[in-house]
Ligand binder design. Structure first.
Ligand code: C2O
Ligand code: CU
Length: 488
């Protein structure tokens, strides 16, 4: 575009870009919601819980009679749900059978940088990788997805992601519905664009400069999904697994629900509300009460996207049906959600020793775009920091930090709203607004392997709205350049 016009962000030239077919059939909401299977694991002689994930290409029938080329883990589309308990050592044997390198990043996980699965841990075509780490953080709904340099959008969009659920004793005692696939439902929400012959496309034909704003919504890969509810309360683990679109979730009868967890785990107490907005990569757990024999539709309502230049283009005005919940005529009783969910200690601003500032402007972070060989920030292990994040672009961004869960100190100087009161690893950043985050960097230091922080709108991330930090032992001076990585 000309001066002041939209910057069109180019996608991966190897991604599918055939023309979009805007004429898509209306979803019927009578298709049983697919529930990703729980991944098998074995506990080896050292007590490590070992999972296997194979990245593979295949085809998926999203609609009867139409075969769509997709990618997935251990299957044709998406991946199984991994599940582990606080205190367990886990390992994942990753095999890449795709024709190109990929990676698997454990989004929201506190773990050593060599195990993080970012662009420095790519798995070559035909290669394997076996990260292992100790699960040492509160129960939460995390997820995993590829993070290859400059190609994350394509890999996620073609179907590669899955949930990673962490459990602990505190969450067990919180009175939350907890039977996976029965009253504890994974809800991975994604939007896709299809071509006339039913293939996924990353073409930008709807005028959005930042990626795909898909015409078709799916949950766990099911278009027009319905979930039967057989209990008085149902817990939905909402994950915005889209590459660009945000959702403002609510129900079509405007019922309220209890928000019980954000990205990094349980809130201190349930928050009753009728809307929860999630930008790409964010999660929320909600508990919904149902009456026997009734139905309700999970919807996305027009969003609060701030002063963006093109609200229509970013889907901010859309109302979209997502998932129908249908209650059986008789419902099994559910426990009452506890009034206090978590007593995790809060971080104290008085303990912060460093404040850093990150401004997103012109699709860059502090004026720079991602360089695999550059270390942008050096953090000392065992310290608490405040990160001030500001979006000075006229378009939506969000901000995700690897390795840590942060707490929100303030939004434009005011205390955060209840939905931002818990542990987070990704936060929506409205244009012209400022977010002060506090976090503590613990346990893992390696001057040679960085963690990432970036916008999780995946085409922005691929374009370079990302930086790298290393965590070092006190008194260490790491190099500012990393050894050659083979990437430009
Ligand atoms: Cu979910 Cu750096 O990513
Ligand atoms: Cu962005």
């Amino acid at each position: 575009g000309g001066p002041g016009g939209p910057v069109v962000v180019p996608g991966d030239p190897d991604g599918p870009t055939d023309p979009v077919d805007p004429e898509q059939p209306e979803p019927t909401f009578d298709q049983a919601l697919a529930i990703p299977p729980l991944a098998d694991s074995v506990v080896d002689e050292d007590g490590t819980r070992v999972f296997q994930l194979t990245a593979q290409a295949g085809t998926t029938s999203f609609r009867e009679g139409v075969e769509t080329e997709t990618w997935g883990f251990n299957g044709d589309f998406l991946g199984p749900t991994l599940r582990a308990r606080r205190g367990e050592q886990v390992a994942v044997e990753v095999t890449n059978t795709l024709g190109e390198s990929t990676s698997v990043h454990w989004h929201g996980m506190h773990l050593p940088p060599e195990m993080d699965g970012g662009p420095h841990q790519e798995v070559e075509a035909g290669g394997t990788w076996r990260p292992t780490w100790l699960v040492d953080q509160p129960a939460a709904t995390l997820w995993y997805h590829p993070h290859p340099h400059g190609r994350t959008e394509k890999h996620v969009y073609l179907g590669m992601s899955g949930m990673f659920i962490l459990d602990d004793d505190g969450a067990d005692a919180a009175g939350l519905p907890a039977e996976y696939g029965v009253d504890d439902i994974p809800v991975i929400v994604q939007d896709k664009s299809f071509t006339a012959d039913g293939q996924l496309t990353l073409a930008q034909e709807n005028g959005v400069p930042s990626g795909v704003m898909g015409e078709v919504l799916m949950v766990n890969g099911t278009i027009g999904a319905v979930q039967e509810v057989t209990t008085e309360r149902v817990r939905l683990r909402l994950l915005n697994g889209s590459t660009l679109r945000s959702y403002n979730f609510g129900f079509d009868d405007d019922r309220s629900f209890q928000l019980v967890a954000s990205d990094g785990g349980l809130l201190s107490a349930p928050h009753e509300t009728n809307r929860i907005q999630l930008s790409p990569g964010e999660r929320a757990e909600i508990v919904v009460e149902m009456e026997p024999g009734t139905a309700t539709m999970l919807r996305s309502y027009p969003q609060r996207l701030g002063e963006i230049a093109d609200p229509e283009g970013y889907g901010a005005l859309d109302t979209l049906d997502v998932l129908r919940l249908e209650a059986a005529d008789e419902l099994a009783p559910s426990a009452v959600v506890a009034a206090q969910l978590s007593d995790e200690e809060r971080l104290d601003e008085a303990d912060a020793t460093t404040t850093r500032r990150f401004v997103m402007k012109n699709l860059a972070l502090n004026g720079q775009r991602m360089d695999m060989n550059r270390i942008d920030e050096v953090v000392t292990v065992g310290t608490t920091e405040v990160w001030e994040v500001r979006n000075d672009d006229p378009m939506p961004h969000n901000f995700h930090i690897h390795d840590v869960q942060f707490e929100v100190l303030s939004v434009d100087g005011a205390p955060p709203p209840p939905e931002l009161s818990g542990r987070k690893d990704t936060i929506y950043t409205e244009p012209g607004h400022e977010y002060r985050l506090i976090m503590r960097f613990e346990h893992y230091a390696n001057p040679e392997v960085p963690y990432m922080y970036h916008c999780h709108l995946l085409r922005h991330e691929d374009f370079g709205l990302m930086g790298q930090f290393v965590v070092v032992e006190p008194g260490t001076e790491p190099p500012t350049e990393l050894p050659g990585t083979g990437h430009e």
